[in-house]
Design a protein around this ligand. Structure first.
Ligand code: PGA
Length: 231
């Protein structure tokens, strides 16, 4: 399974040094993708697979504060999260920008981890399918078929992120089936409050190819239990 760890804006230099030692000491057969902050990517120097949490829509050039896909590649970054709901909300990231980011990543042979997910309001007003279809179809617009299948999709209901609440298995299965209609060959992750307790419920869902973990990525003892319980 793919286990992507989203550190978000956490872990300072010294903290990260001990964190990464702890993480590397966990023995597991899963594919662990660590997505630290940009600065900590530089400090990672690790045997783990590394992902970024974002990428520029542009190539190298006069774009102050941005990090390009080619720069990420030069630091051995193999994956990149794009379209996380926190960036959609706080940085006002649009589906069109996410599409440009995915194109930059694919051009540089970096695997995009595309986050999509509905808000509580959208779920309550029965708009889940529409919202996800729009997010997904714009994000993959004009991308070649052979490249589409390289994209990993992470279904992260916004109302689950950091709240301790997860959807029912039926709700997740329904959404995964919709995603499969658009990108049948993509791997699909679940993200949003997945932890060492609710994994017993989540693992009943056969369609899940892995997890995107936020809070749990920072709690190594609990992460270890989560990994042990996966199968
Ligand atoms: P969470 O975050 O596991 O803390 O809910 C997941 C994410 O935002 O990717």
């Amino acid at each position: 399974m793919i286990i992507a760890l989203n550190n978000k804006s956490n872990l300072e230099k010294i903290e990260f040094e001990s964190y990464i030692k702890g993480l590397e000491s966990i023995s597991t057969e899963e594919t662990i993708i660590l997505c630290p902050t940009y600065l900590n990517i530089g400090a990672a120097n690790s045997s783990l697979k590394i992902g970024s949490q974002n990428v520029s829509i542009n190539e190298n050039g006069a774009y102050t504060g941005e990090i390009s896909a080619t720069q990420l590649k030069s630091y051995n970054v193999q994956y990149a999260i794009v379209g996380h709901s926190e960036r959609r909300e706080y940085q006002r990231e649009t589906n069109e920008e996410i599409n440009l980011k995915i194109k930059q990543l694919l051009k540089n042979d970096i695997t995009p981890i595309l986050c999509i997910g509905e808000s509580l309001k959208e779920r309550e007003s029965n708009q889940v399918k529409e919202v996800l279809k729009e997010e997904l179809s714009i994000a993959i617009k004009d991308i070649k078929e052979e490249d589409k299948k390289k994209i990993i999709v992470a279904y992260e209901p916004i109302w689950s992120i950091g709240t301790g609440i997860i959807p029912t298995n039926e709700q997740i299965e329904e959404v995964f089936a919709e995603i499969k209609k658009i990108v049948p060959e993509s791997k699909i992750l679940y993200g949003g409050s997945a932890n060492e307790e609710n994994i017993d419920q989540l693992k009943q869902i056969g369609a899940i190819d892995g997890y995107l973990l936020g809070g749990l990525s920072l709690k190594l003892e609990k992460l270890k239990i989560f990994l042990q319980k996966l199968h």
